[in-house]
Ligand binder design. Structure first.
Ligand SMILES: NC(=O)c1ccc[n+]([C@@H]2O[C@H](COP(=O)([O-])OP(=O)(O)OC[C@H]3O[C@@H](n4cnc5c(N)ncnc54)[C@H](O)[C@@H]3O)[C@@H](O)[C@H]2O)c1
Length: 160
């Protein structure tokens, strides 16, 4: 299989790439290295089935072409982490919502529409005091004046 992983230099993406390489799949990862690291891919960087590119999901010119190549897409590229979310709320919303929209539009326009997995977050469950929640529960979100909520709202928008 041909696998495209956005945010592939990150924690989850790099392990996913290694998993697919070990299965004999081609793994193509892209990342802007904002929080990801080359160290994460150092053990398989020379693997013959591995391809990587440093680029931004918001502007990557080869997105459509690569999605047409892919059998499966994992969209993980996102601004994450409490520090970045508080320091760069606009970047959170721009990357997480517009990046996901760009990927989903490219998948919808592609020839085969590969299976696409997007990474959400438990943060989408919001501010409920209930000990357990279901995905179909009505949500309570804090005010968007609190920058911390930009991440939850961006992931919820991606799910929608
Ligand atoms: N690790 C967790 O516990 C957890 C929990 C819930 C959700 N998630 C989600 O899973 C995904 C992966 O998380 P992770 O823990 O591996 O984080 P991570 O920071 O290690 O990986 C995210 C990757 O996205 C890249 N990235 C950010 N902006 C980009 C852009 N504009 N263009 C291209 N690449 C960009 C970063 O450089 C990084 O390598 C994220 O979408 C995150 O929101 C993770």
């Amino acid at each position: 299989m041909n696998i495209l992983i956005t945010g592939g230099y990150g924690f989850i993406g790099s392990h996913l790439a290694e998993y697919h390489l070990n299965r004999g799949d081609h793994a193509y990862i892209i990342d802007n290295l904002s929080t990801g690291s080359l160290d994460n891919i150092s053990t398989f960087i020379n693997h013959p089935l591995f391809h990587f590119e440093e680029t931004n999901i918001l502007t990557w010119p080869d997105l459509n072409k690569t999605i047409n190549w892919a059998d499966r897409v994992y969209h993980l590229a996102a601004v994450v982490g409490v520090y970045r979310v508080l320091a760069e709320p606009i970047e959170v919303v721009a990357t997480n919502i517009a990046g996901c929209e760009r990927v989903l539009r490219a998948v919808a326009a592609s020839q085969w529409q590969p299976r696409t997995i997007i990474a959400s977050s438990s943060e989408v469950y919001g501010h409920s005091q209930q000990p357990r929640q279901n995905e179909s529960d009505t949500l309570i979100m804090e005010s968007s004046t609190n920058a911390r909520w930009s991440y939850s709202i961006s992931k919820l928008a991606d799910e929608a």
